[in-house]
Design a protein. Structure first.
Length: 366
């Protein structure tokens, strides 16, 4: 039944588009939804959507640029490569809000002070996107997502930079993202390992829903605030996150300590071999992926692909490789010493240093 309603509503929107778009009345409103974060990784940063409402024509549509299809062939390979297609969909206001009420995620609505002609123009742009090549777009974590697409549509409608980022531009993208992973240790670790040098650049691009909300609060048209009304449509349901030892850095530190306490060369080499495979993956993804965020990843100095060689080299050759790896670790420490995720990497850094010094000593003795 729910799927049937979605199909019928979609065809309703299409029929309105083919009818050369209904003309909005003076009572029509345009508003931006800023949705709170969810529990899944893809919803960690929240969501943005546009609502067009006209009580005189019983129109109440939400345009959502955050849709993707899990059934896409080779979904994960496409996501990693960076050519996964996201697309715009149109849903009824009731259906859109219901999903966020069900998940207990906050929805804040900012009604915009647009003249009727601009409301109509934006409405037509959004409907045109549903039936053109613009319906699909290549998702980029920072440069092209559900928030940036909304910003682009609004700015295109006004023909200038109406919406500009007002949040701190002096900190890095990595610093902007870091607080989102409080109580999500494994997400935090994974994201900071896979992300490369671009995320350490200054966060000048507006790309997060909360940044758009702040920017709209301060944006003005002809000296007047662009937001004429702001209200919370759905209250967030607070979810307690009790401390979990397994979901913490202490768990990783304990596992690494147990590996060190074995004092077994084969254990050390096996562990470093696995780390080397991870480093090789980071290098390959950096060249393979179109996501600039994963390019030039200096974490490959910590999870060094050269580790793969250690189990297969004679002691004299292994000693030379270890010496090179120690030098690269020193470079890595210099690079990350000021990064916000340094503490996440410290257990790995110490473990790799201890293991390599131990293996180097053994190689020297042999």
């Amino acid at each position: 039944m729910v799927m049937l309603k979605k199909i019928l509503f979609f065809f309703f929107v299409l029929s309105q588009t083919f009818a050369q778009n209904p003309t909005l009345t003076e009572q029509a409103t345009v508003s931006i939804f800023t949705c709170g974060r969810g529990e899944q990784l893809y919803s960690t940063f929240g969501h943005t959507a546009i609502r067009i409402k006209d009580i005189n024509t019983n129109l109440d549509v939400v345009y959502n640029y955050g849709a993707f299809d899990f059934s896409t062939e080779h979904f994960y390979l496409k996501f990693v490569k960076g050519d996964l297609q996201y697309f715009i969909i149109a849903t009824s206001y009731t259906e859109f809000i219901y999903e966020y009420q069900y998940d207990g995620r906050e929805v804040i609505e900012q009604t915009l002070n647009f003249p009727l002609v601009k409301k109509q123009e934006l409405f037509e742009r959004l409907n045109a996107s549903l039936l053109s090549e613009e319906r699909n777009y290549t998702y980029k974590f920072i440069d092209q997502n559900c928030t940036t697409m909304v910003v682009d549509k609004v700015n295109q409608t006004y023909g200038n930079k109406l919406i500009q980022k007002v949040d701190d531009k002096t900190i890095s993208y990595r610093e902007v993202l870091y607080p989102y992973f409080d109580n999500y240790f494994w997400y935090n670790l994974g994201i900071n390992v896979i992300f490369g040098a671009k995320t350490d650049k200054k966060a000048e691009q507006l790309f997060l829903p909360i940044e758009l909300l702040h920017s709209l609060d301060q944006a003005k048209i002809d000296g007047k605030p662009i937001v004429v009304k702001k209200e919370t449509l759905v209250q967030a349901v607070s979810k307690s996150h009790s401390f979990s030892f397994v979901n913490s850095i202490y768990f990783v530190a304990l596992l690494l300590l147990l590996l060190l306490l074995t004092r077994k060369n084969w254990v050390y080499k096996s562990y470093l071999f696995v780390c080397g495979l991870m480093g090789l993956f980071l290098c390959v993804v950096g060249f393979y992926s179109l996501h600039q965020e994963v390019s030039w990843n200096y974490n490959a100095l910590l999870f060094n692909p050269l580790f793969i060689l250690l189990p297969f080299l004679k002691w004299s050759a292994a000693r030379k490789v270890i010496f090179i790896c120690l030098g690269l670790l020193a470079i890595y420490l210099v690079v990350v010493i000021t990064k916000p995720y340094l503490l996440l990497m410290v257990p790995f850094l110490i473990t790799h240093l201890v293991m390599m010094f131990k293996l180097r000593k053994v190689s020297k003795d042999n």
